[in-house]
Design a protein around this ligand. Structure first.
Ligand code: PMP
Length: 326
């Protein structure tokens, strides 16, 4: 079934001009994105031996801020630990770095990309001794999420989850996810929702939650899914508003019988899946719980932006004091 609101791809294509304006950070230098180069021996290129994060930046009440930035860097640390790549920076250093990336660009909405690979070494599987991690940060314009997608929802198709059993690591080795995203596109859908042994795991680049009789259910945090920053935010926000959130395995039959199904990610925030494998979900429109949750999510972004602004202001005054003292 065709996606009621078009596919993600059409909405997420920044213009060539915007790309040409971009600056990126690579191993200590700021350089034009189109000029930045890494070695062909980088293990990110050769083995997909790297970790990444994508952080959404929006402007709410005139405050331009990354959403849940500290949570993203906590997850970066966790992923790096799991593959034993040394984190080159402290959280504060990372926050300064992404603040600079954001400030260097005019866009009110940005997607910041952060990647750390194991570095450059002669091609050989074992961890190389003495390799220095490659650090890359760039940001790109983040077009508004189409109102039609928010208002009308999107469609999804299901597929067996054929990925490895460390989907909790945010690895740059994304071939399994790429194939699943293409499967969605090839089938005129916005997302592929994956099932492993008859239970919901996640989407190709999103977490998936279901609503039944007013209760939000999400698959538990296991090696089978990414611990999404957005879905974690949704769980917290829902609980703050007194909505029950249940983390438990969700069988395929429950998925198909859900009143509402949502996908969530930093880049798409939260969208209702209104058609699954061509069959309408619930009323076939974004449900009442989605509408409440979406509004609360926007409020939470505003609060988070205020906190970021306050922290940055504090940071600037500390910097100024330090500079004065020096
Ligand atoms: N699962 C997968 C496989 C993803 O690629 C993403 C997006 N990075 C997510 C879930 C959602 O994660 P987040 O909310 O942190 O963007």
């Amino acid at each position: 079934m065709a996606d009621p609101a078009g596919t993600e791809q059409a909405a997420f294509e920044p213009s060539a001009i915007e790309w040409q304006q971009a600056t990126c950070y690579l191993n200590g230098e700021w350089t034009a994105l189109t000029e930045a180069k890494v070695s062909v021996l980088d293990r990110g290129f050769i083995f997909g031996d790297g970790i990444y994060e994508v952080i959404a930046v929006d402007t709410v009440d005139d405050l331009r801020a990354p959403f849940r930035a500290r949570q993203h860097f906590a997850r970066l640390q966790r992923s790096l630990d799991m593959v034993r790549i040394d984190n080159p920076f402290s959280v504060e250093h990372w926050l300064n770095l992404i603040a600079e990336a954001i400030e260097r660009h005019p866009w009110t909405r940005q997607l910041v990309y952060v990647q750390v690979t194991r570095g450059v070494a002669k091609r050989d599987h074992p961890f190389p001794a003495g390799a220095v991690p490659t650090v890359f940060v760039n940001t790109s314009p983040w077009p508004a999420i189409p109102v039609a997608q928010i208002e009308q929802g999107v469609s999804a198709v299901t597929h067996a989850d054929e990925r490895w059993l460390h989907c909790d690591i945010k690895s740059t080795s994304l071939l399994g996810n790429v194939l699943m995203k293409q499967y969605a596109i090839d089938n005129g859908a916005s997302e592929t929702v994956m099932l492993r042994d008859g239970f919901l795991t996640e989407g190709s680049s999103t977490n998936v939650s279901v609503v039944k009789s007013g209760v939000i259910s999400m698959p538990p945090q296991t090696v089978q899914i990414l611990p999404g920053i957005t879905v974690d935010g949704i769980a917290h926000i829902a609980q703050q508003h007194g909505v029950e959130v249940d983390m438990r395995p969700i069988a395929a039959a429950e998925l198909r019988a859900a009143d509402e199904i949502w996908l969530s990610s930093s880049g798409r925030e939260m969208l209702a899946i209104v058609s699954l494998d061509g069959v309408g979900v619930g009323s076939g429109k974004p449900g009442p719980m989605y509408r409440s949750m979406h509004a609360w999510f926007q409020q939470a972004k505003a609060l988070d932006a205020q906190q970021w602004a306050a922290e940055r202001a504090g940071h600037l005054s500390i910097t100024r004091t330090t500079q004065c003292a020096a």
